[in-house]
Ligand binder design. Structure first.
Ligand code: GDP
Length: 495
């Protein structure tokens, strides 16, 4: 606990809700229907704005909905000690039942231990069979109340509006149980839910405040970028001077585009540092884990079963292994963003068999430091798994995205400082977010803080500008913002 003042001034805050489920089961329709019936845009003479989330008033209480359905909205938005969303509404169409993305959503919900409410949608359709949906959910270990469990389920129709109010009631009940609190006077902590570059307005960033208060004029930072908040606008188009906990807001003032899911904090605050440190602890933490969560993707159901069976055999026959495997999710198809995000939250790995990884999933995996590998033969896969079991797969070097050491520095006539460096592991890329330490990042303890954080503005190999420099190569590094005190011997670590 931080201090007494912080605990005594905590106040109940509105729940932040996200919607998940299979495509076409009605996620967007439910979000639209709720917004339409519960928000009077005219209230402010404004027009409803899409800022990635909206807030409604219902039964004298407020509820915030993240309106970008999808798993990223939930898993990627993990704030310090929590996540952007407090409650997940799992939407299942009553005429279609549990489908692959429903199962995927369930895996995310379980990995994050999130409170869940089941919304059985489209009950207006003649083919609807809510009982069958409940039974299918039970098979996935989602036990709703009339199946002996304690998960609330609501049968509704986004089309007719039937029982939408029951869903809102259920959300308020779960929120009450969760006792969601925040301190409006505490340190600012907001989670970025959307960010994009607008030609006219610069970076447009949407965030939900989790704690503290965000004000126009505040100096904030996110993803290593700093900004002075120029304006704040809510989802009804109203310009605000300040916003408190659980309120979604659109922020202007950033020049660069911070990452979705990152924390937005006061510039230079302890939290800014903590976010960096925790990221590191999480990665190091993988080494000490006894059980490795594995996500398996294969081209067909048949191969999937074969891969699972072979891996299970391997675990059973490995006496004295340092690691065991836990199958978190197994499905057919390419490795997607969702698989990577699931692996991230469960600190697991993704193994693919005769499938591809989508380019965006590969980028994401690099960004969030998730290990994945795609195999062509089952033998290769089993060999690798064996290594995992023997505890040799998580070698330090494989987890390093990029690390370089400064060999010498020079000042250009323009005043820019170039750090002549050698890449020790991984790669340096133009645009990489980096931290600089005065000791080898492999030997860092929790007390160590970086001397600097910023971005690689420019890379040179000899006289040529390059986009990427690999291991054992010497290069010239230009940083943004400039780090005046950079010196020989320091380490540049890609974040
Ligand atoms: P999402 O992909 O989960 O966001 O699904 P959408 O909200 O886009 O809905 C998919 C389709 O189902 C659309 O054609 C909707 O009009 C329809 N739909 C959504 N909810 C209902 C419902 O309650 N009843 C009926 N009959 N159709 C619905």
């Amino acid at each position: 606990m931080a201090n007494n003042e912080a605990t005594t001034t905590e106040e109940l805050r509105a729940p932040i809700v996200t919607v998940m489920g299979h495509v076409d089961h009605g996620k967007t329709s439910i979000l639209d229907a709720i917004r339409k019936t519960n928000v009077q845009a005219k209230e402010y003479g404004g027009i409803t704005q899409h800022i990635g989330a909206y807030q409604i008033s219902y039964s004298d209480k407020k509820i915030t909905f993240i309106d970008t359905p999808g798993h990223a909205a939930f898993t990627q938005m993990r704030a310090r000690g929590g996540r952007a969303a407090d409650i997940v509404v799992l939407v299942v169409a009553a005429d279609d039942g549990v489908m692959p993305q429903t199962k995927e959503a369930i895996a995310h919900i379980k990995a994050n231990k999130a409170p869940v409410i089941v919304a059985i949608n489209k009950i207006d359709l003649p083919g609807s069979d809510p009982q069958k949906v409940k039974q299918q959910l039970a098979q996935e270990n989602i036990l709703v109340e009339d199946w002996g469990g304690d998960i609330v389920s609501v049968e509704l129709s986004a089309k007719t509006g039937q029982n939408l109010d029951k869903l809102l009631d259920a959300i308020l009940v779960v929120a009450e149980l969760e006792q969601l609190k925040a301190n409006p006077k505490g340190e600012l902590e907001a989670v970025i839910i959307e960010s994009r570059l607008d030609r006219k307005r610069g970076a447009v960033v949407a965030a939900i405040v989790k704690s503290g208060t965000l004000r126009v004029g505040d100096k904030v930072s996110a993803s290593g970028y700093s900004a002075k908040v120029r304006s704040l606008m809510d989802d009804k188009g109203k310009m605000l001077k300040e916003v408190g906990p659980s309120t979604p807001v659109e922020i202007l003032g950033f020049k660069e585009v911070p990452n979705v899911g990152d924390l937005l904090v006061e510039e230079g605050s302890d939290l800014a540092q903590l976010a960096v440190d925790e990221q590191r602890v999480e990665i190091v933490g993988q080494d000490t884990k006894q059980s490795i969560a594995v996500i398996i993707k294969a081209d067909t159901q048949g191969t999937l079963e074969a891969v699972k069976a072979s891996l299970a055999d391997l675990v059973a026959s490995s006496v004295g292994a340092t690691f065991s495997l836990k199958f978190l999710h197994a499905s057919t198809g390419d490795v997607t963003d969702s698989d990577i995000l699931l692996a991230q939250s469960a600190k697991g790995i993704v193994l693919g068999f005769d499938v591809r990884i989508t380019p965006s999933a590969a980028d994401l995996a690099d960004n969030v430091k998730v290990k994945y590998k795609v195999y062509k033969t089952i033998y290769e896969l089993i060999d690798d798994a064996k290594e995992l079991l023997e505890g040799s797969a998580h070698k330090e070097e494989e987890k390093i995205k990029g690390r370089a050491q400064v060999l010498q520095t020079f000042k250009l006539p323009s005043g820019d400082i170039v750090a002549g460096s050698k890449v020790l592991a991984g790669a340096l890329k133009e645009g990489s977010r980096v931290a600089i330490y005065d000791k080898n990042p492999a030997d860092l303890t929790d007390e160590d803080v970086p001397l600097y954080r910023g971005v690689v503005k420019n890379l040179k190999k000899g006289k040529d500008e390059v986009k990427l420099v690999g291991k054992d190569v010497e290069c010239g590094v230009l940083l943004k913002p400039q780090f005046d005190d950079i010196a020989k011997g320091m380490f540049i670590e890609v974040l």
